[in-house]
Design a protein around this ligand. Structure first.
Ligand code: GUN
Ligand code: ZN
Length: 445
């Protein structure tokens, strides 16, 4: 039996890349770990040891079978901190900005999730696509229909993936068939928490879509639900588009700014993920820092909807750093690949004349995302005691990648090239809790 086929024992060899701290805030040389010929030893879904192959190999049983990915990079599984699985079928719906795009394409697409069969088929494709892209954890918006949540968690459970997801709460400014009420949204979310939160690797997120589609009563109910279940997550959207920000000021004239709406209803704290945040002001960023709320940077979506250029370096300023992860934000986003998303984050940072480097982008897609989700004690790094979620990246996956990476000057250079030219084709394998969950045939070298 191959190591990959024996689910309980997996030892994998390759070039290890992982973060142990935040390169935006500490010395990048210290924050980033690179082991050119390394070994990850996994037992029962957990990483037992990580280190140089030469020093760990003697500790293995004599007949241990090692999955040898020499020439490839082994990284923690990627973490997508903002994505709508129910929008998988409407990627690339062009021509509008956020508020029009929601009405014209998004809400009609989400109506279809009243049908559990649509939900199951989409969840199956979505989870398979995550794994093909090396993403092992995602924070996911479902639709308003509870059956859309069941379908996703059932599929994720089949793969043993650590997924965080929730039923969208929306009780106004949306079409018939796509609205709940403050009470039904509370009751349905409460039942889903009881059913799914903490079952296997699943976790629940209370999910008011954004302040524009929830009445004050519904936001208050969402806050009460979080107080009743403080261990679950909260996810919503904030300050994505300028028209949206102006609309929120009209809808909630008593609130001082957009974040104050969510604060007022008790929805901001550790384990809150706010998607986008492009147009947040300094006071809002300070309050995110103080409360521990995180932002999800969604660069391909922000390009696609023309939403704006997120000021990543400002958000991460050491004066008052805000936790930030990367989000693909499908279906406004244009790729489920975190490699592509890292490359897009780089492009945004260039347009703002404050370039991020490859180590910083890699951090956002791994440990940064885990910290933003408050799950860094479980995922996000290659370290003993962490869950064995990993992605194996082939720097020579395509002829062009091979040609360019043959000239790479350093590991940072190789990572930068993977973010520029790579996508799902560069994902040689994905491991979920120590078991192989996706594998591509190796290319001839
Ligand atoms: N704001 C409220 N809903 C959505 C959504 O579905 N996608 C995006 N990008 N922004 C939103
Ligand atoms: Zn979104």
């Amino acid at each position: 039996m191959s190591a990959a086929a024996n689910g309980d024992v997996t030892d994998i060899r390759g070039t290890l890349v992982s973060c142990r701290d935040d390169p935006f805030l500490t010395d990048p040389q210290r924050a980033f770990v690179h082991e050119p010929d390394g070994l990850v030893v996994c037992r029962g879904g957990t990483i037992e040891a990580v280190g140089p192959y030469a020093s760990l190999k003697p500790s293995l049983p004599p007949h241990a079978v090692i999955a040898d990915y020499s020439g490839c990079l082994i990284a923690p599984g990627f973490i997508d901190t903002h994505v709508h699985y129910v929008q998988t079928g409407m990627i690339g719906s062009q021509g509008r900005q956020l508020l029009d795009w929601l009405q014209r394409y998004t809400y009609p697409a989400e109506l279809a999730f009243a049908d559990p069969d649509v939900a199951r088929k989409t969840a199956k494709l979505f989870c398979a696509e995550l794994l093909r892209n090396g993403t092992t954890t995602a924070l996911v918006f479902c639709s308003v229909h509870p059956q859309s949540v069941d379908a996703l968690f059932e599929e994720a459970e089949r793969h043993n993936m650590r997924l965080v997801a929730g039923k969208v709460l929306m009780d106004r400014n949306a079409p018939d068939g796509l609205r709940d009420t403050a009470q039904s949204g509370y009751d349905q979310s409460s039942a889903l928490i009881a059913k799914w939160h903490g079952r296997g690797r699943a976790r629940y997120a209370i999910t008011p879509r954004f302040a524009g589609t929830s009445t004050p009563e519904q936001l208050a109910a969402a806050g009460a639900l979080w107080r009743a279940h403080p261990d679950v997550h909260v996810q919503t959207h904030i300050a994505e588009n300028r028209d949206e920000v102006a609309w929120m000021a009209e809808l909630f004239p008593a609130r001082s700014d957009y974040l104050d709406i969510y604060e007022h209803y008790g929805l901001v704290g550790r384990r809150t993920m706010l998607a986008h945040g492009i147009w947040l002001n300094e006071s809002e960023l300070c309050r995110c820092h103080q409360s521990g709320a995180a932002l999800s940077h969604c660069p391909t979506s922000n390009f696609f909807l023309g939403s704006g250029l997120f000021g990543l370096r400002n958000a991460k300023s050491p004066r008052r750093p805000v936790a930030v992860g990367l989000g693909t934000d499908i279906g406004a986003g244009t790729s489920l690949s975190l490699l592509v998303t890292m490359g897009a984050a780089y492009q945004v940072s260039q347009l703002r004349s404050e370039p991020v480097d490859a180590i910083e982008a890699f951090f956002l897609a791994t440990l940064g995302g885990a910290r933003a989700l408050a799950l860094d004690d479980k995922i996000g790094s290659l370290a003993a005691g962490r869950e064995a979620d990993m992605v194996v990246l082939d720097p020579a996956a395509t002829p062009l990648l091979a040609f360019r990476n043959a000239r790479a000057q350093s590991i940072e250079d190789t990572l930068g090239v993977l973010m520029t030219l790579g996508d799902d084709r560069a994902v040689r394998a994905t491991y979920v809790a120590g078991r192989i969950a996706h594998e591509r045939a190796p290319v001839d070298r």
